[in-house]
Ligand binder design. Sequence first.
Ligand code: ADP
Ligand code: MG
Length: 366
Amino acid sequence: MASIQLDKIGKSFGAVDTIHAIDLDIGDGEFVCLLGPSGCGKTTTLRMIAGLEQPTRGSIRIGGRDVTRAQPKDRNIGMVFQDYALYPHMTIADNIAYPLKVRGMAEAQRHEKARAIAEVLHIGQLLDRLPAQISGGQQQRTSLARALVHPADAFLFDEPLSNLDARMRVEARAFLCHLQRSRGMTAVYVTHDQAEAMALSTRIAVMCAGDIVQYAPPLEIYRRPATTFVAGFVGDPPMNLVAAQATRCDRGITLRGGGLEMSAFASWPALDRALDRGDRVTLGVRPEHLRIAADGAGGRLHGKLFANEAMGPESLVTLDLDGGVRVTARVFGDAPVLVEGDAAFAFDAARITLFDSAGNRIDDPV
Ligand SMILES: Nc1ncnc2c1ncn2[C@@H]1O[C@H](COP(=O)(O)OP(=O)(O)O)[C@@H](O)[C@H]1O
Ligand SMILES: [Mg+2]
C-alpha cells in the first residue's frame, strides 16, 4: 500500500474552472472519502488520481513518486466504477482475472487467484456465468473482486454502491468496512452519501464547488463542522441551522431569532471577535440534542408541529418555527411522542455550534 498526495491540483474544462487548487494528504492505509453534492468535482478528482484525466495545474504523488504525467497502467491502482463496467461477453472468472491477464499472468494461475478472491466475496459459485446472468449486487462484488485481485498500491472507488437497493447497500457497506479493517488498504472513495462516508472513512474530505471545505476524521466533521455547508450536509437529518441576532448583556450573550430564544451565556474570544465585526450568527444544533420541552436553562425553539414520524427506534419530530425555519428533533425510543399544534424544543447551551455571517464556525470555547 502507498500514501497519496495531491499538491495544488486544479482542473479546467475549457474556460470552466472545475477544481480550484486542492491539497490532500492521504496516509498509507487510510480510507478517505470525497463527500459532496452532485457536480462538486469528486469524480474529476478521482479520475486525476487514476490518470484518466490530466490535471491543468499541480502535482500528484503515489507512494512518494510523482505520477502527475504517468499513464494509468503505470500507477498500480485498482479502480471500481459506479456502473461496474464489466465485460458482458466474458465470464465472471475472466472479468475478475482481467487485470492479471493484461499484466501477463498465465491462465491457470490467474484463475486460481480469481477464485480465491471470489470466495472471499461469496461469488465463488458464479464464476462460469456471464454478467447478465447474475444480480446487481453480485455484479457489484464482481467489480470489487476485479479491483482487489491484484495487489495494488491504492484503490479508487467511484460511488460503487449507488446502484444497489437500500438493504444491499448497507450490507455492502459493512463488507467494505470489514475489508478495510482486515486489509488496511489505501483507498479514495467517492460518495454523495454522508452515511457511507461516516461509516467507512478514516478521514472525510468534504467538497463544495471544486474545493475541499473540511478534511478531518468523521466524528470531528460531525461534532465540529467547519462551515454551515458541512453542518447541513452531514447527519441524517442534518444539523438544524437558525439565523440569530446576538446581543451583549451584563451576563454575557443572548441569542434571539424567529422562534429562537436563548438565556444569557458566557462569551468566548472567537465569539467576541465575530460580534465586534458586527456579525449576525447562525445557531447550529443537532436533532439528537433537542428535547421536547417548553422550558430549560439553555435555549428554546418555538413553532408549530409540521410532522411526527415514528421510525421504530426513534421518532423524528419537525416544527415550523415562528420565523419560518424548519427544525427536527430526534427522540430516542419506540414510545409514541405526544405533541400537537404549538410546540417547543429545548437544548443545552453546551450543545450549540455558532457560525459567523460568512458561514464559518466560530471556534469553540476552550
Ligand atoms: N469532460 C468534461 N468536460 C466538461 N465538463 C466536465 C467534464 N467532466 C466533468 N465536467 C464538469 O465538472 C463538474 C464536476 O463534475 P464531476 O467531477 O463529475 O462531479 P461529481 O462527481 O462530484 O458529481 C461538473 O460541473 C461537470 O459537468
Ligand atoms: Mg461523480
